[in-house]
Ligand binder design. Structure first.
Ligand SMILES: C[S@@+](CC[C@H](N)C(=O)[O-])C[C@H]1O[C@@H](n2cnc3c(N)ncnc32)[C@H](O)[C@@H]1O
Length: 344
């Protein structure tokens, strides 16, 4: 079957949606957004050398080489997938080099400014090689589809794989992204590296994070100050359970300027300022406790701003608001908005 995506036309055995199924030339249509964003990120950061570490059909590496002009190497361990990638590279007149070997081996022989990690499931087993192999001040793009572990929906997996505890509630996707970044940070620190998150995305069944990787134990020490536990009962509202979740990344999960440019150029997702705010207040949780309906999110945002608060939407919940106001203040503003809407 032939698929057109971006500048590429590729042969794929089958088109998948949702989480990965192992097989030759795995092509997931739902990850087009992931690839579009990756391409815009590479352009935005001015990257010249790219390792697409997990080839599949080759779609990612082929598109990157054609759409960014970067020099691209595609690694693929499976013999059959490698053959398919070669066919697709030729079909597209792409300059990408294809290697029938693991990305770990490729990294031992070359240095890349950007390394893409897009495995089936968890990226955890691949992080050390990527952190050690990427060029200093280079970037990693990391996809994770193991949401059951990252969101705490299967607690023993969260504990065993990420040595963490996450409560599977309204905040699970922000906590999932923070757990992923935090795990990358912990691995980096143990290797004398440190990271700075550039962009973080939750899209359906996967998370995608982009980080810059630097070298040095001093920086690693400074970075680790962003790690810690979150207690939603004390941080947000007393209706949430009094438990410590983590360890997670508590610092910025994106550079707003980068995220704004990249999402604007990719044209799929709205930009929200996610900088500087840990979690959010969720209007649905408040309405459930107060047995009320929901006022329009925009009305509540405007009221918060008119009272002098910072307030913005978040990608992690359609009824979530990132604000420096307390959730109790938000509750009052919601009630006001509802009263104004329904005349006595
Ligand atoms: C989820 S697919 C990649 C999809 C592709 N990146 C895309 O955007 O369509 C994962 C691929 O990585 C390959 N793979 C698994 N482990 C690998 C490793 N250590 N090095 C290189 N390739 C690997 C698998 O054979 C499979 O084809």
């Amino acid at each position: 079957m032939i698929v057109n995506e971006g500048s590429a036309e590729i042969i794929v055995p089958e088109v998948y949606h949702g989480p990965g199924k192992r097989g030759t030339g795995f092509y997931n249509a739902d990850q087009k957004i992931n690839r579009d964003i990756t391409i815009e990120f590479i352009k935005r950061m001015g990257v010249h050398t790219v390792l697409d570490g997990f080839g599949g059909t080759g779609i990612r590496g082929i598109r990157i080489s054609k759409e960014t002009g970067s020099s691209v190497t595609i690694a693929e361990v499976s013999r059959e997938s490698y053959r398919l990638i070669m066919q697709n590279v030729e079909r597209n007149g792409s300059q990408a080099t294809v290697v029938n070997d693991s990305f770990e081996c490729v990294l031992q022989h070359g240095v890349f400014e950007y390394v893409d990690i897009d495995p089936y499931g968890s990226p955890a087993p691949y992080l050390d090689a990527a952190l050690l192999g990427v060029k200093r001040n280079g970037y990693l793009g990391i996809t994770a589809t193991d949401q059951s572990a990252l969101t705490g929906s299967v607690p023993h997996k969260t504990r065993v794989r990420y040595e963490a505890v996450i409560n599977n509630d309204t905040f699970r996707h922000e906590m999932g992204v923070r757990l992923l970044i935090g795990y990358v940070a912990r691995r980096a620190a143990s290797l004398g590296r440190w990271i700075e998150p550039m962009m973080s995305i939750w899209h359906g069944h996967y998370y995608r994070v982009f980080v810059r990787v630097m070298k040095g134990f001093e920086g690693a020490g400074r970075m680790m100050r962003n790690m810690g536990y979150v207690n939603k009962h004390t941080l947000l509202w007393d209706m949430y359970p009094d438990m410590d979740e983590g360890p997670v990344w508590k610092g910025n999960i994106q550079d707003d300027a980068v995220a704004k440019d990249v999402l604007g150029s990719a044209g799929h997702m709205n930009f929200n300022s996610e900088e500087n705010r840990l979690l959010f207040c969720d209007m649905t949780d408040i309405a459930r406790i107060r047995h009320t309906s929901l006022p329009p999110v925009e009305t509540v945002l405007q009221s918060l701003v008119s009272y002098g608060h910072a307030a913005s939407r978040t990608m992690f919940s359609p009824t979530g608001i990132k604000t420096d106001a307390s959730c109790t203040t938000l509750e009052g503003i919601m009630m006001d908005a509802l009263r104004r809407r329904s005349p006595a």
